[in-house]
Design a protein around this ligand. Structure first.
Ligand SMILES: [Zn+2]
Length: 191
């Protein structure tokens, strides 16, 4: 499945090669811009269907996805898995469950993310809903760059070895290649 998913990402121009500063602050020579996927609903739907398929043996009630990046893939996964779908979003920099959404105590939740590198957003998502005391049964994503180095049970469509560097120790910086922070604005950051 991995090659097929990579092909879909490439088809949507969602795989960028160069020198990037990731959301985590780490540098890398590859960046997955899943927002590019969302230009093509048929491709996004296929990925949502594949994620739902990955989750088929997991007993859960609800998907929770962190906005903005994972809202659409969360929705597509929930649609294919026939589950309830919620999202959390940042307000004043803090991830929160808003819009009158709530969870029941013990409700079985799967967190869906687009790309996971350090899982910091996953932790923030869990923190945002913990007051409801749900049971987090799995984490699903399109691209997993963690190489298993998190505490979470991650189900992903594509595992990519994390060729990431601390900014102080980045060979691409040493070569003087300008670093790009793709994020939402595609603006260039200073190395
Ligand atoms: Zn660098």
């Amino acid at each position: 499945m991995t090659n097929e998913v990579l092909k879909l990402l490439e088809q949507a121009q969602g795989v960028l090669h160069g020198h990037f500063c990731l959301t985590s602050g780490l540098h890398s020579d590859i960046y997955f811009q899943c927002a590019k996927l969302y230009q093509y609903p048929e491709i996004t739907e296929q990925l949502g269907s594949k994620l739902a398929e990955l989750l088929k043996d997991i007993d859960f009630d609800t998907i929770v996805a962190p906005a903005i990046g994972a809202v659409i893939i969360g929705y597509e996964t929930a649609k294919n898995a026939h589950k309830r779908n919620l999202f959390v979003e940042r307000k004043d920099g803090i991830m929160q469950l808003r819009r009158g959404y709530s969870l029941k105590k013990g409700e079985k939740v799967v967190i869906i993310e687009d790309v996971i590198t350090t899982a910091r957003t996953i932790k923030e998502t869990i923190d945002a809903i913990k007051e409801f005391e749900p049971e987090i049964v799995a984490v699903g994503c399109i691209v997993d760059r963690t190489k298993g180095k998190t505490e979470y049970n991650i189900k992903s469509l594509l595992q990519i070895d994390p060729v990431v560097y601390e900014p102080d120790n980045c060979p691409l910086c040493k070569e003087g290649i300008p670093v790009v922070k793709p994020g939402s604005r595609e603006e260039k950051a200073k190395a």
